[in-house]
Ligand binder design. Sequence first.
Ligand SMILES: [Zn+2]
Length: 517
Amino acid sequence: MLRPLVLLWCALPLAAQAAPAAPATAGELGAPAAVPDGAPPHLSRIDRQDLQRHVAWLAADERQGRYTGSRGQQETAAYVADCFRKLGLKPLGDKKGFLQVYPLQRTYLDPATQLAFGDQKVTAKFAVFGARDDEKLALSGRFAWCGAGGAGQVPNNLQGKLPVVVLQGATKSQGVANDLQAHRRFAEIAAELRNRGADAGVVCLLDDGSALANALNYHALQPDHPRLHFGSGRGGAAAAPVPLFVLAREPSLRLFAHLGIALDDAGGPRTGIVDEKASGKLAITVRTDAKGSASNVVAVLEGRTKKAEAVLVSAHHDHLGRRIDGDVFNGADDNGSGTAGLLEIAEAFAAGGERPERSIVFLSVSGEELGLWGAAWFGEHPTWPIERLVANLNVDMIGRAGGAGDSIELLATPSHQHARYSTLVRDAVRLGQKFGISFASGDRYYERSDQAVFARRNVPVLFLCVGDHPDYHQVTDHADKLDYGKAEAIARLAFWAAWTAAQQKGRPQELGAQPGW
Ligand SMILES: [Zn+2]
């Protein structure tokens, strides 16, 4: 799920929730639940073991956090395409294949970017904050101690010096509420260094798990982690007064050793720079080109009697990549869970029994976390006519459902309070009772996942999501924290809702806001 837009960060702090009870671990999942009375037999094809198997693959460290356009994301698209192929679905991507590729501009670090001191070089586990798109900078000089980089800590004349700022003990990030503060903190340091005549700064980030480290994932360049631009927009961070070369903890400690700095009991620097003659070389080179690309995966199962119309089932498969220290944002719930659900729903439609009356289009997009890009590309370059989509069912984060015992709490949007509430949602909520699912409004997420693209084009949508949790957009969103039994029920519900929309005589109808579900 897409984090809130920058301007909303302060207005919409995310409520922290209690962590759900530890779900069953591998091997303890048990058998799939019985299919409820009256359900299409296809439902039995959606099972918790398969969901777990898919999530294990998608959220493995080898996928490197499935950052849009990265090798891990491309491998994931190939995995999804392979599943579609094995199910006998018809490809609906470019050139009669399953993949739909879209172009991206990228701003990235030249491999020559590094900090050198003594006989050492830092070429990994760092980020560059606030560099211009065409930054080219080569500095050498003595390191200058600047404490935590605040006013009064930074020496007056930093001309020709390499300022060293040390940050530690910043708050742990919960959700994304701290991102904007973190961005401001770096920007303030850059401004202070600039005011003292510096051309760049070296920042030692001693706490890799802090909100500051997480925020760099959105606001800084890292090796293998470009800043991407979609379409004509130029998103991403603006240049800071001077660029900051930010070291993760491990290279920070190597630099400390070079400077003669020991740590105190609280883990901070005991002194300033002891070896006053210590010097280094900093090189930052940034390049921008239009050679980036990323992919969606699209397939269709043709319906029996109304095959010109289709229900679109979608989920994003991209995530956030790696943190500055190399730890991976595995994105098991966001959105390994929804991708696994999409694959299981596809299997149920393709191999679970009778084909539906209408066609079913399956869309697995990338670029979601960066701004719903893959869905936007599909919306602008549809390989199935948008006006012949009768509904879009989008699943994003379905692996961490709350609710006591077997009961399941789930968010849906548009809720009954929403102007775009429809028979699609109403029917899904009614079916939810068969699985012990109770619904709350997910309207605050209406614009925050891929369904927004289709809602804007007047397609009735239904978004299913468990909502925020303490591991949302953290490196701790791991596969062993998912409740696969509940995910099985949610994926089955999603199938049944899509099936219902595909079987009904008429298209789903908008109802407008209603007093209840
Ligand atoms: Zn997300």
